[in-house]
Design a protein around this ligand. Structure first.
Ligand SMILES: Nc1ncnc2c1ncn2[C@@H]1O[C@H](COP(=O)(O)OP(=O)(O)OP(=O)(O)O)[C@@H](O)[C@H]1O
Ligand SMILES: [Mg+2]
Length: 256
């Protein structure tokens, strides 16, 4: 049976879709079969982030409404990674229950990720009620933390098996200077296990597919292993600034 994990954040732009795509890609590189469902019906962009926008014919709403078979809406990103897009169409039958039925009918996957819209209203509830576990993506900023904290509290009502945190867009140089919270401080505030710390990385910002390499991808590789084993190491976002020339790098970043 696939693990059904909703990826949420409260605050918009924290990195939910990025986490779905790059964690999905990392799991697929470890031979896990992954499908990501885009459940953001207003500002959907999973197809763009995974580089399959030209391949979308049917979407989640088409499946729920019976306009196509499940298989017709599944788009392969690579051998082990697939996505199902939202947003081309709408269905009055879209509910947590119908999404749950859809996810339960997806055979042959190890992980089903549900890419949640920002906020904690209808779209959030629909996604959360179709999942068994949750990942809360949080940036180390006061506003993101507050929204993540609210999200964690609301999630508790759904009694998910696990609620994990991923701290995204971390600036190691700012953490070292005491201007940004560390991942463990974020975990202490949210009272959830932090399974990953992803650096702020231009390679993610400029990517047009899941074909990303570099420090952020190393971090997602570690998160993938953590998720599979239920334990593991977290990427050290401060490491690059502690090594030789690290101080120079810090000084350069603070200038500009
Ligand atoms: N670790 C990172 N380093 C640099 N840029 C990042 C990182 N993670 C995400 N981004 C960038 O931040 C922006 C928002 O990311 P993303 O779309 O994944 O957020 P989201 O939470 O899904 O947003 P929304 O709430 O609108 O659905 C994107 O431009 C993405 O490339
Ligand atoms: Mg998104």
């Amino acid at each position: 049976m696939a693990r059904k994990i909703v990826v949420t954040s409260g605050k918009g732009g924290a990195g939910k879709t990025t986490v779905c795509a790059l964690l999905g890609e990392s799991l697929s590189r470890l031979n896990k079969r992954v499908i990501i469902l885009d459940l953001d019906f207003s500002l959907n962009n999973l197809d763009v982030v995974t580089g399959v926008e030209d391949k979308v014919v049917y979407d989640v709403a088409d499946v729920v409404n019976g306009r196509c078979r499940v298989k017709q809406a599944i788009i392969k990103v690579d051998r082990n990674l697939s996505v199902m897009q939202s947003g081309r169409s709408w269905s009055d039958f879209l509910s947590g229950q119908s999404i749950r039925l859809l996810t339960e009918g997806l055979n042959g996957y190890d992980f089903v990720f549900l890419d949640c819209p920002a906020g904690v209203d209808e779209g959030f509830m629909r996604a959360v009620s179709a999942a068994d576990e949750a990942i809360v993506v949080v940036n180390p900023s006061p506003s993101s933390l507050r929204d993540a904290d609210k999200t964690v509290n609301i999630l508790a009502q759904y009694k998910p098996e696990n609620v994990y945190g991923i701290v995204n867009k971390v600036r190691g140089d700012l953490v070292l200077r005491g201007k940004e919270l560390s991942a463990s401080e974020v975990g202490d505030i949210l009272k959830i296990p932090i399974i990953g710390c992803v650096p702020d990385d231009d390679a993610v910002l400029t990517a047009s597919s899941c074909d990303v390499y570099g420090k952020a991808m190393r971090s997602f590789g570690m998160i993938a292993k953590y998720l599979i084993k239920g334990e593991g190491k977290i990427y050290d976002c401060l490491g690059e600034f502690k090594r030789p020339f690290g101080r120079l790098k810090m000084a350069l970043r603070s200038r500009g």
